[in-house]
Design a binder for this molecule. Structure first.
Ligand code: NDP
Length: 290
């Protein structure tokens, strides 16, 4: 580990502090700045240098990591470092949209800086461990040059030159999580209404998740090729179960909206003559209706 590499961290909230602390601990000469200066103290105690302004912090290092609340905060802080960023590599780890990432890249490019967008998937205590995932995109030269530092933070993946690609990955991964977890909560409601121990059920579901990776990859291949085998059985067979799933939920006073959506998609696909295909073929109906 080098002790000569200098890095600046802008933003010392929960996440920015975890990042700065990890970089200090791994031997990076770390300069920190936070809007509320009192948050500098623990980092200074750990060995970081506090800068009085964001522009001073940017001037201190060739590599600048920003981890702020949101894109509004990023815009405000970038505006204040406008004249200091030329020649720097700016790594923005603030959550935000692909469009914001692309706008930040343009902003940096117009000022002679290189831009990398990164997103953080995991909680602050996991920073510095492989259990936190960080997709990056943007300048390939900046990524190549600074990958060793970025790898100090967690498990890193590079998604290409489009600065928005890391945000696309982040938004999609987070969406999968929310979709899965809201379905899981609906099911816990059902299980509880039947008088079954929800904690025990949750443990059994956790134990069954190992069956999903092959299914996910086969769905990906089916969607990419447009060739839908009868995964999970044919839709003709699966649809026959759906009325029971819906009426079971309704009989227990449990929300059935998600099952009704699945049933409606299956019925439409069957009506289109694709009852021999599998669950993955519902993809064909998921574009937003005009
Ligand atoms: P915090 O609320 O703990 O910290 C927010 C940071 O943004 C603070 O440093 C705050 O400064 C700064 N800030 C807010 N508004 C402004 C502004 N207008 N100008 C300058 N600075 C500003 O958030 P986190 O550190 O937890 O999150 C940071 C980013 O990391 C977010 O984009 C979040 O989505 C992402 N993230 C966080 C995770 C988590 O579990 N915490 C998980 C994954 C991603 P001040 O101290 O002065 O208020």
């Amino acid at each position: 580990m080098t002790t000569t590499t200098a890095v600046t961290v802008l933003g010392l909230g929960n996440m920015g502090s975890a990042i700065a602390k990890t970089l200090v601990a791994r031997g990076y000469r770390t300069t920190v700045w936070n809007r509320t200066a009192s948050k500098n103290a623990p980092l200074v105690d750990a060995g970081a240098t506090a800068a009085a302004t964001a522009a001073e912090a940017v001037t201190a290092s060739p590599l600048v990591v920003a981890c702020l609340l949101d894109s509004t905060a990023v815009d405000e802080v970038l505006a204040s470092v406008d004249s200091a960023v030329a020649g720097k590599v700016l790594v923005n780890l603030t959550s935000g949209s692909p469009a914001q990432a692309r706008a930040n890249e343009r902003w940096a490019g117009e000022r002679g800086a290189e831009y990398l967008d990164g997103k953080i998937m995991g909680d602050p205590p996991y920073i510095g461990t492989p259990n936190i995932m960080l997709p990056f995109s943007g300048s390939p030269t900046a990524f190549g040059a600074h990958e060793p530092m970025l790898r100090q933070l967690g498990t890193v993946a590079y998604h290409g030159e489009d600065a928005g690609a890391a945000a696309v990955e982040f938004m999609a991964q987070v969406a999968v999580g929310y979709e899965f977890l809201i379905g899981f909560l609906h099911t816990l409601r059902l299980v509880q209404a039947e008088g079954v121990d929800v904690a025990g059920f949750a443990e059994r579901v956790a134990g069954s998740l190992a069956g999903y990776p092959p299914l996910l990859t086969s769905f990906g291949k089916a969607v990419k090729s447009g060739e839908y085998g009868p995964d999970l059985g044919s839709l003709d067979v699966q649809a026959a179960l759906m009325d029971d799933m819906i009426s079971h939920r309704e009989s227990l006073g449990v929300e059935a909206v998600r099952m009704r959506e699945v049933k409606e998609l299956m019925d439409r696909r069957i009506a289109d003559g694709h009852g021999d295909q599998g669950f993955s073929s519902l993809f064909e109906l998921l574009a937003k209706r005009p």
